[in-house]
Design a protein. Sequence first.
Lengths: 244, 210
Amino acid sequence: MSGIVLETEGITKHFGDREVLRVDNLSFRQGCIHGIIGPSGSGKSTLLRILNLIEKPSAGRVRFHGQNVSFNNGRLAVQRRMGMVSQKPVMFNTTVFENVFYGLKVRGMRGSAARSRVRSELKTLGLEHLEKQPAQTLSGGEAQRVALARVLVTEPEVLFLDEPTSNLDPRNAAIIEEMVRSVSRHRGVSVVLVTHNIFQARRLTDWLSFLYEGRLIEEGPTEEILSNPRDERTASFVRGDTVY
Amino acid sequence: MMHIIWMSLFVSGLSIALAAGLGIPLGTWLGLASPRRTGWLIQIIYTLMGFPPVLAGLLIYLLLSSQGPFGVLNLLYTPWAMVIAQTVLALPIVTGLTMVALRSKSNEIRDTAISLGASSWQAALTIIKEARMAILGAVVAGLGRLMAEVGAVMMVGGNIEGKTRVMTSAIVLETRRGNFEMAIGLGIVLLTLAFIINYVLYRIQGVGRN
């Protein structure tokens, strides 16, 4: 593991009068799979949207490679070095190929090299035979793999995954997990994985942060958090006592 | 008969083209803008979607009559007056349904596009592209209203034979004269034309969906 890619400072988020998130300092290292766990409604997805610069925080800062990111100016340049796969990805109403091509097209890359990159990524995820298929006719597992290919083809430095396997059968979940492991180890991508699946967190992540009611309760190496949590709320969640 | 069919197609076709040219950009803007800023305009458009054709006809009549502000243009009882009236009727429908089509898809598509590196403009274009079939549906709905419309075109067109008579106004006239066979025949022609136009548009929508 090497340097810090992404970090937050004093992030809060309000929806109306309701404060849904208050997280002070969090940092994400290059090549590390950083899990964010917590029960439903703990602010995990909101935090991910703020980190991915889709949602503007009510207060606080996001830093990318040590530089403050402005949500008004300069957002796009940083955002193009990140990518997100959500729980139920939206497929554009076109072919699988065009879906995966989208991220390159919006970056102005349209030539044969770009097309080769799309085909290579489709092959890596075992999707080459679906290239011409309408993306909206895919099964859940196939759509999730296309969503992952769509992000990976843009060669992101940070990959955000919001419960990416919660709707998948074990085979497709295993393919996604293996791919996530691979891009982290071999491409040096920093992965931020939101999950409430403790087993998946144990299998995949190097570092865990536990969120509860919008607050960061504790964080540390995955094994330490899961085997020896310091806070009772974390322990309750890890034991499976917390209702979610 | 051929002149009546041609006039119906000309008036409704030109009116829906104008309504689409104005309504799709306006509906797109409303669909993508914050509802807090545009709420009042949306309320007006929703109200105008149910605009009574005779009221639209009366307003256009007053504007174009010789005492009205645009009387000098001598448009009353011409096909152009009918086009204006029908454009006024179709515009809120095309605008409102375009707005609804975009709004129903905009959040999830915008988030996906932006998370894939699209700029705000690129994300907006993606939303429009994704909603294109629903936008076409808005145009079809607007055209349906125009082809069936009679109140406004009779008021501002005058139902002049060989000049401003269209199928709906001819049906009214033939019914009043007691020529029910003729009126029913015109009705069948009108329905057949509507079926053909909608079939073509439906096929285009189907191609887009697949």
